[in-house]
Structures are given as structure tokens and as C-alpha cells.
Write a protein that binds this ligand. Sequence first.
Ligand code: SF4
Length: 377
Amino acid sequence: MVKHAILSASSAERWSKCTPSALLNQQAADIPSPYAQEGTDAHLLCSYLLEREYGIETRDPTENLTYYNQEMQECAEIYLQTVNEIMADVKKVCPDPVIFVEQKVDFSKWVPGGFGTADCILLADGITHVCDYKHGAGVFVDATANIQMKCYALGVISMFGDIYDFDEICMHIIQPRKENISSWSIKVSELLTWADDYLSPRAQLAIKGEGEFVAGSHCHFCKVKATCRKRAEANLELAKLDFKLPAILSDSEISVVLEKVDNLVSWANDVKDYALTEALKGKKFEGFKVVEGRSNRKFTDVTAVADIVTSAGYDPYKKEVYGISAMETMLGKKKFVELLGNYVVKPQGKPVLVSITDKRPEFNSAAEEFKEKLEEK
Ligand code: SF4
């Protein structure tokens, strides 16, 4: 069984912001998730590719991976390629960097019992690099001031700071399913000051279960997120927003609602999921009952159906061209581009309203583009 630190690097964003959540999460039961196993599989594949590339003894894990598929293979290759590119840059200034794959790092100097596993460390004089692979396709993970990455970096300083002469650490998040490769650097001296002034005092509160509950986006990975009173209060605050007359909300009031609505929806869904799970175990929620959802008719035996319809003189099959992903899997990426590259377009995505901090460029509607072209003439 994998041992998890109470104050782990991967949960540092949560416990450093909401210190009492550390002990609450330690006591709460694990919520099994297929995404967690998928992530573990992807990490095994990533480390295998990296170890093979750099001559480290390894074993191909593919046949034992539950969720292995073509997409996972491609994502792992993007990870490998990114690490190779970073390594090539490092070699321009340091001739003998050392690579560590899936390296356990200890940052207990600042955080009681603090350890974690860094996916890849490129140890070099001058700037050392820490890379983290994310398989998730949901939440976009930014490397900028990322607390998990800073914990890994502290572990690297603890282990190797005396042997290697680096004064800066660059952290990279590689999240291929979000088309996200994000990097951020910090001076070692600055990181150590942050660890002493912020991380260490927060960890001392967290390990004792002290401090204030603070709700925010870090609640997303909290085991008590569905039943946490603080999170409920924070979200229900929206209903109490003190909007003034007139009857119609102004644009600035709509902006206030938009700022909060994603967290509100995610909290409401967490509460609904939790209540359904508990109700299925037999718990009663006053005024609610579990009913059967809608379902569609389906054949019990598709082969028998095809045989019967064929015998009756009909063709039970429809012929269809494969979709893009299936075709790419069948032909392989290179052949796919060679044969069909000219027949693939990426239509403009549906507009979505997001926070101004989102890294994507602003949407340009067809009407807007037409107007710009006219103005250019
Ligand atoms: S749900 Fe949020 S506020 Fe509640 S304990 Fe977890 S991190 Fe803290």
C-alpha cells in the first residue's frame, strides 16, 4: 500500500490555504476514483519512457496498465519530448546534468513528515529543473507559484543543494490533455524565504488541526468537500449578495455572479453526488427518494439480432467512415497526416465566458473578423 504523508506535496495547495483540512482529510475515507488509477497508469508509462530514453534500468508496464490507450501513449510521448527539450537546453550551460525519475523528495525540514515524489528532476549547476506530469483533462494546472511544485523544489534543495551549485529552480507542468506546458522559475534564496515565512508556519498549524477553514478552488480535491460547512457557507453567500434596486441586475452585478458561479455549481454537484451515494447505501434525506433514471432500449444479443435480420433478407449493418481518433489509431499519426492532413480542419470552438485570467486568447467571432478585414482594406 502506498504511504501518503498527511502534509503531502500534492495536497499542499489545500492544507496550506485551509490548515484544518489536513487532519480532516487524514480521517476521511478514500473516495475511489477511476481517474486516480488512470493517472497512476499514465505516470508509470511516462517514467518507463523516460528511463528507457536515459538508459536507466526499467520494465515496460504497458500490458499491466488498466487504462492504457493510444491517447495515453501520445501524452506520455509529449512528456518525454518536453523533458528531452529541457535537457537539451540544460546541456547548453551544464555539460553533465543528472536525471532522476520518480524521485522521492523530503521537505520535512519545513513541513512535518513532508515528502512527495517528483516525476523528474534535472539536476544541474546554475538552474535545476523539476518536471511534473498531469494526466487530468479537467482542471488546468499552472506552474506559476504552484505550491506542490515549490514543495518538490524544497525537497530537491534539501537533498542536493550541498552537492550541486544551483541558485535557481525552474518548475514545469506538462499536461498534454489540456495542451498545457507551463514553466516558472524562482531563485533558491526566494524559495527558502517563502518556506520559512509562509509554508512552515502554515504546516505547523495544519499538523495540529489548527487555523481557520478557508474555502476556495483548493476545495476541489478535499475529501470532505461535499459536507464541509465552511464551503457550504461560502457558496451560500452568493444567495445573500446584497444587490440594490432596480429590478434588473447591472453588468457589474452580473460580473460578481459570474465570478462565483463555477465554484457554486461544482459545490452543488458535489453535494448531489454525495447525497446519492449515501441514499443508495440506505440513508434517508427528508423530502427525497431515489428513483430509476431514464434509460434507452437495447439489444440483449447483437450477433443474434444481426443473424435474424440477415436471414429475413435485410442488411443489419450500416457502413460508416471511422471518426478522426479511430482513423488516426488505425493508420498511425504519420500516415494519418500524410494521407488525410489536407482533409482535417478544426472548426472554431463554441464561445465560453471565462475569467480574464484564463490564458486562451480572446474569442474573435466571424462577424468581428469580417469587420476587421473591412477596416484593413
Ligand atoms: S472543503 Fe474546503 S474549506 Fe472545507 S475543509 Fe476542505 S479545503 Fe477546507
